[in-house]
Every structure is written in structure tokens, then in C-alpha cells.
Design a protein around this ligand. Structure first.
Ligand code: ADE
Length: 239
């Protein structure tokens, strides 16, 4: 998968791209991330990318010119690499809430182009002309889309087939698999730590019992913490 990121702050991505799972996915050739400095597509010699809103009001807006010019550069670079059309994404608090099904959908795309916003927002014609899928992390406002785009890229990268060590490694995560429950408690060595024991069932070697216990714990945890995720369909006993 190729991801182009359009940002005012390419250096913010350096550490992110060079560490952890994202680095591994890149090294395995599963993911290519190309950052583009929006300012280098400014249409004046001062590198201006923002301007005051017509009609007045606080703050500045990202201008159409640099964004469209950068989008054209991204599209030609991807086409030169043999791709056809990017799925355009805009990070904004007004977008569709990012969740695991959306990450799964995006992980199936060959090419994403991610626009990180700044200032008070975007000139509306960016939405109109580029028709991006608008995505939000949640009902709060960040100073820009960079951190949000890293969340998206991280979430997508770990879903790319072969990125995680174990095959099907993402299947048991919270919000994943067929029923999208929260994951239950997990333990590693030692068996006893400061008087706290690993549940006996996990040491039993009985895989049927372990699977049943895990599912019960996942259901219980989901009911307690996120009842909105359990809409009756898991409530029957012995299910
Ligand atoms: N940019 C600013 N706030 C944001 C949010 N909540 N989600 C995505 N992008 C943003």
C-alpha cells in the first residue's frame, strides 16, 4: 500500500515512520509512506498556504491553490509508480468517526492520500473539488491533522497482511473478529507476581476451556465497559 501525506510539518513523521510496526511494514515492502510539504506548493514566493476567511471571523483557512497543486503532484507521482487513483482522506473533527471497520476498509485500498488540516479549517472548495473522505478521531479538536493521520496510518499498517508477526494476529484484538468485543485479560510470566496469580484455566492446557473462558471474559468486560458494543446478540447464555 502507498500512503501520501500532505502536511505542513513533514518532520513530525520522521520518528513515527522509523520506529515500531510502521517501520517493519515499510521494511517488508508492505507500506510506502511519502510525505509532501504543503508549503512547497504555495503559489506565491513567500510560501503562503493560509488566508483570512471571507466575511470575517477568527483564524486562518488553508487555501485552495497549494492544496490542489500538491494533490496534483501526489497524483502524478502515484501514477508514475503504476497506481491509478488515490482514495483521498481529509482529517478533520467534522469527519466520520474512525473505528476498526473503517481501518479495515482503508487497509484494503492500494493507495491513500491523506490531507492534514491546520488553522481554523479548509476553504470549502477543497472539499468540493477533491471530494475526500473526511475522518475524525473523535469529538475534540487537535491543532492539526498530523497526529490524527499517524493514528490512521498506524491502525492501517498493522492490518496489512504480513505486518504483524503471527498470522491473523489482529483478529483477536479488541473491536476485531466477528463479534467485535473488547479483549479480555491476558497474562505473561511470572505465574505469581506480588501475590497476584495467573488464572488456573490458562495453565490447564485445555484449549477448549481456555477459549470458552476468554470469550466469557471478553463478554463480561465489554458489558461492563462498553455496553453499547453488546446489543443483545451476545447476551444469551452458552452462546
Ligand atoms: N484535526 C483537528 N481535530 C481533529 C480530530 N478530532 N480528528 C481528526 N483530525 C483533526
Amino acid at each position: 500500500m502507498r500512503i501520501d501525506v500532505v502536511t505542513l510539518f513533514p518532520p513530525m513523521f520522521q520518528g513515527f515512520l522509523e520506529l515500531g510496526l510502521v517501520r517493519i511494514a515499510r521494511e517488508k515492502g508492505l507500506l510506502e509512506v511519502v510525505c509532501h510539504d504543503l508549503r512547497s506548493h504555495a503559489t506565491d514566493r513567500y510560501g503562503t498556504v493560509d488566508d483570512k476567511p471571507y466575511g470575517g471571523g477568527p483564524g486562518m483557512l488553508l487555501m485552495c491553490g497549494p492544496v490542489f497543486a500538491c494533490d496534483e503532484a501526489v497524483t502524478s507521482a502515484g501514477r508514475a509508480a503504476g497506481l491509478s487513483q488515490p482514495r483521498r482522506i481529509m482529517l478533520t473533527p467534522q469527519g466520520r468517526r474512525l473505528d476498526q471497520p473503517l481501518l479495515e476498509e482503508l487497509a484494503r485500498e492500494p493507495w491513500l492520500s491523506v490531507l492534514c488540516g491546520h488553522y481554523e479549517g479548509f476553504d470549502e472548495r477543497i472539499r468540493q473539488g477533491l471530494a475526500p473522505l473526511e475522518i475524525s478521531l473523535g469529538d475534540y479538536v487537535l491543532s492539526g491533522g498530523e497526529v490524527a493521520s499517524m493514528v490512521l496510518i498506524d491502525g492501517v499498517a498493522r492490518l496489512l497482511p504480513g505486518a504483524l508477526g503471527a498470522p491473523g494476529g489482529a483478529q483477536d484484538d479488541s473491536f476485531s473478529g466477528a463479534d467485535r468485543l473488547l479483549e479480555g485479560p491476558q497474562y505473561t510470566r511470572p505465574r505469581t507476581f506480588r501475590g497476584m496469580e495467573v488464572p488456573e484455566v490458562l495453565l490447564s492446557g485445555d484449549h477448549g476451556r481456555i477459549a470458552k473462558w476468554r470469550r466469557e471474559c471478553a463478554l463480561q468486560r465489554t458489558r461492563e465497559r462498553r455496553p453499547d458494543l453488546v446489543r443483545g446478540e451476545h447476551e444469551e447464555p452458552n452462546n
